[in-house]
Write a protein that binds this ligand. Structure first.
Ligand code: 3PG
Length: 307
């Protein structure tokens, strides 16, 4: 009987775990749960005899893959798979997958919420501003970026986007103004919502040069990954441009120093909250469970990311 492990440092909502159990056990497999673990040794022990693993942002490094002697498939229940060591998976013949689109709306709603929170000076009594009529730049027009654009239109924002991997016509069909370069996007955006993945090309790619191109009073909203920010460059930009703001869904490494220096101009959620809704947990968790069952039973590799 195949054994499926759900290893989540930040657990899914109970309704999602119940749904995953139904799918896994309904397929005749066994389900094991490892939640809120604080010690990597617990993860290494839990993976020892499993055929499949479902994770969120949990780090599946080479030693975890090595310790999982029977592992055939690992599914990141979510979009970004920078937490999976793909080379290690490939070397051991393990299929790695993600569940694109399943938690996008939750992340998009958080991005909008953060914009309003920052516009109102983190709900301090100082008079804030409105997001209506402001220009919103979407950096990467994937599943989340597209939803942020659509929700923001309802608030009366003017939408701009840059994404070299999406056809201009497709963005224009959504009523989005397509710009020709990243630099142009930052230069027009009163709010800039980041949706790029963290990889070798994007890490530390957003820093001083781009931030100082932004209009007066601009805010960078980061619900993507902290690793894409050049924190030294951002610190310098926030020091020079006392009108700029930064809000992120997971604190920068230098968060304490940033808050110390810049107060309500900087905000970070205490733990990554973007995908933390019941709906997103159910969508991503159940998709992951179904993908595992379909892979083990039928060899279905849709959503494989280590091709
Ligand atoms: C994702 O890449 O899907 C999001 O960052 C959500 O991450 P989480 O599942 O750890 O909340």
């Amino acid at each position: 009987m195949a054994k499926v492990l759900v290893a989540t440092d930040k657990p899914f909502a109970k309704v999602a775990v119940d749904g995953i159990r139904k799918i896994v056990e309904g397929a005749g497999f066994e389900l094991a749960l490892l939640e809120k673990y604080t010690d990597k040794a617990d993860l290494l022990k839990a993976v020892a005899d499993v055929d499949a693993i479902i994770v969120r942002s949990d780090i599946i490094s080479a030693d975890v893959v090595e310790a999982a002697k029977n592992l055939k498939v690992v599914v990141r229940a979510g979009a970004g798979y920078d937490n999976l060591d793909l080379a290690a998976c490939t070397a051991k013949g393990v299929v790695a997958m993600n569940t694109p689109g399943q938690n996008s709306n939750a992340v998009a709603e958080l991005a909008l919420g953060m914009m309003i929170y920052m516009a109102r000076n983190q709900f301090t009594p100082v008079a804030g501003t409105e997001i209506k009529g402001k220009r919103l730049g979407i950096h990467a027009y994937g599943n989340v970026g597209k939803l942020v654009a659509s929700h923001a239109k309802g608030f009366g924002m003017e939408i701009y986007a840059f994404d070299p991997f999406v056809k201009k016509e497709d963005m224009e069909k959504d009523g989005v103004n397509v710009v020709a370069s990243v630099e142009e996007l930052y230069a027009v955006s009163d709010y800039l919502s980041l949706h790029i993945p963290a990889n070798d090309k994007t890490k530390k790619s957003i820093g001083y040069d781009l931030l100082t191109k932004m209009p007066k009073g601009a805010t960078l909203i980061n619900t993507a990954r902290k690793e894409v920010i050049d924190e030294e460059g951002m610190m310098k930009a926030l020091e020079e441009r006392t009108d700029l703001k930064y809000a992120s869904d997971i604190a920068a490494d230098t968060h304490a120093a940033l808050v110390d220096k810049f107060g309500v101009r900087v905000f970070a959620t205490p733990k990554k909250m973007g995908a933390q809704t019941s709906e997103a947990n159910v969508n991503a968790g159940l998709a992951a469970a179904n993908q595992i069952v379909n892979f083990i039973k039928n060899g279905d590799r849709t959503f494989q990311v280590n091709k």
